[in-house]
Design a protein around this ligand. Sequence first.
Ligand code: GAL
Length: 410
Amino acid sequence: MRETTLAFILASLSTSCLADVEFLHWWTSKGESKALNVLEQHLLEHNIPLTHSPILGGGGDSAMTVLQARALAGNTPDIAQIEGPSIKAWDDVGIVHTINQTALEQNWDQNLYPLTIDINKTDNGYVALPITLHRLNWMWVNHSLLEKLELSVPKTWPEMFQAMEKAKQADLIPLAIGEQAWQVALLFESLVIANGGVDFYYKALVELQRDHIDTEQMRLALRQLRQISNLVATQHPNQNWDTATQALAENKALFQLGGDWILGDLLASDVKVPEQIGCYSAPQSHNAFLYNMDSFIFMAASDFTQQQATEVANALADKTFQAKFNQTKGSIPVRTDIDLTGFNPCQIQSHDDFIQATKNGLAVPSMTDSMAVNPVAQQAINSEIFRYYRSPEVTEDEVLKRIISIAKST
Ligand code: GAL
């Protein structure tokens, strides 16, 4: 065989033999889509074309329901976005590829944060590829409206309520929030930390210790949640989080409380952060770093082999790509060895706060955003909190009793 022909055949074999790789996720906002574009371009450079299967509904509840249905039908996507304890649950089902070869080549045991390893590694080794570390207890502040109202940045919830009252009197949206269970429950988490402190939050909502659920701290958090509900007229039923961010950016809303995926959307809309919209710890955060983490699992199937999964994982584990992806997404990298030059000041702050919080045992997983309890309990608790937020006739006693019975079932 002529040498050139052989060389040509070998060269074509060396490129990816991957047909389209199907990716199931819930990244559909402006900032999320921009980050997805970084991911898609990076994979294309590795001859790995991506087919998106986006599931509407931030937070991922709907996406996880679709993933379960597809697995039951024997029709899994190749890769799926996933968070927290679900990773181990899917590994236990036995339809997830390991990515230990990638982990070894990338030295993950040395250069991932310990909590990143805990979340993505099981007895089978690494079964998920970690990609973002989001901080959730952020308060996003519209500086021009704050100035117009002659207010300073609230440090406590009493100050927050005063500021929100003043905004409401000025016909502004006091707090931009999407009318969805996971967003309201996420707000409740910050109130529990504010009223009980980090250790109390962990015992009550991460460990679901029953003697921490019907307590004065939880009741105070519920009363404040009801106060917010009365203050914040329903903006748009079932409004997505990014529609709320739009209102903040367009000087219609004074505050938004939520994760730094909000930063990703602000940057994608060319909003100047922190000049126009500033990032601050949620009131009375007690130096907590409330986090969630996005990972990818690689679903074992006849048309997506271990070798193909390893090829895709090797490409996605690339440090330079991970840096660019996080910079666009608004999160911070999951690795300790990525330089943050060029990241937004809010991301630098997030990173520094994370390091401090980890040192002081104040980095805690978000229960409402899939990092702490099994998805059934999480979604049940989120919906009880949401029902209380939306329906004035639901009492504190009733919602706490229901959360206790959910805790008993876990
Ligand atoms: C979270 C996810 C983030 C962001 C957010 C809003 O669960 O970790 O990456 O997408 O939902 O959709």
